[in-house]
Design a protein around this ligand. Structure first.
Ligand code: HEC
Ligand code: HEC
Length: 187
């Protein structure tokens, strides 16, 4: 009898979303997510302006490269004019354009810009489906696990520093964050 009552009490609680522990774990894991998202290899494309950035210092991209109508560059100077689907061989030198499939910026009406955001701002922004390309948590997890531009951050070519957190560790942290309902620091 008592266990039935307990069950009746526990069920609605379970339906209320992740436990406090999972939320706390999510907030802790988000620090790793933020470290990666705001690494130069990622944030140089995730910017509010209309041109990509370059180098660890985030300098404006050379040659007046712009986002263009779809994020793929100006009609006359698309990203693909210089960026191929993979990094060029080392013999091309450290300043050759790096490459990965679908090299581009997010489109102008959905900039997915998170450079400079605080942890709570970043946390809320990336899970806002009106700002992230309509991705739910599962779609985001898939994106950070598999997307070729994301993976490029660990093999950036030339003398560029890769993202320092191992990719598997980043994905695990992202999963912990998702399992905690995308809980945000300071919330
Ligand atoms: C060369 C530019 C470029 C680089 C470098 C890049 N991205 Fe992106 N990113 C994009 C583009 C373009 C999209 C939009 C793709 C789409 O919607 O199909 C995107 C979308 C995303 C999204 C989905 C949007 C959201 O808010 O959930 C995430 C997450 C993401 N990128 C994470 C990263 C991470 C992490 C890195 C670094 C490891 C990275 N990106 C590096 C261009 C880039
Ligand atoms: C005229 C050729 C050219 C075009 C067009 C071009 N790029 Fe580049 N890009 C380069 C070169 C060259 C580098 C490497 C510079 C270096 O390392 O000295 C580079 C580097 C980059 C980097 C590396 C930044 C880092 O992490 O240091 C990003 C991101 C980038 N480009 C984005 C883009 C995007 C997005 C487009 C299209 C909107 C684009 N580029 C169009 C030539 C080009």
């Amino acid at each position: 009898m008592r266990s039935l009552i307990l069950l009746a009490l526990a069920l609605p609680l379970a339906a209320c979303g992740p436990s406090t522990e999972k939320k706390q774990a999510a907030v802790a894991a988000f620090a790793t997510v933020q470290q990666v998202f705001q690494h130069p290899r990622c944030q140089n494309c995730h910017i509010p302006g209309d041109a990509p950035l370059q180098f660890d210092a985030g300098l404006p991209h050379a040659q007046n490269v712009v986002r263009g109508p779809e994020g793929k560059g100006a009609p006359g100077l698309p990203c693909s004019a210089c960026h191929a689907e993979s990094n060029p061989p080392a013999s091309y030198g450290p300043h050759a354009p790096p490459g990965a499939p679908h090299w581009a910026l997010p489109p102008p009406d959905m900039k997915m810009a998170w450079i400079g955001l605080s942890a709570p701002e970043l946390c809320r922004m990336i899970q806002d489906e009106s700002l992230n390309g309509g991705r739910d948590f599962e779609a985001m997890l898939k994106h950070v696990s598999e997307d070729k531009l994301v993976l490029w951050g660990w093999e950036p070519g030339g003398e560029r520093a890769p993202v320092p957190v191992p990719h598997a560790e980043f994905v695990a942290a992202f999963r912990t964050w998702v399992e905690g309902g995308g809980a945000c620091p300071g919330a």
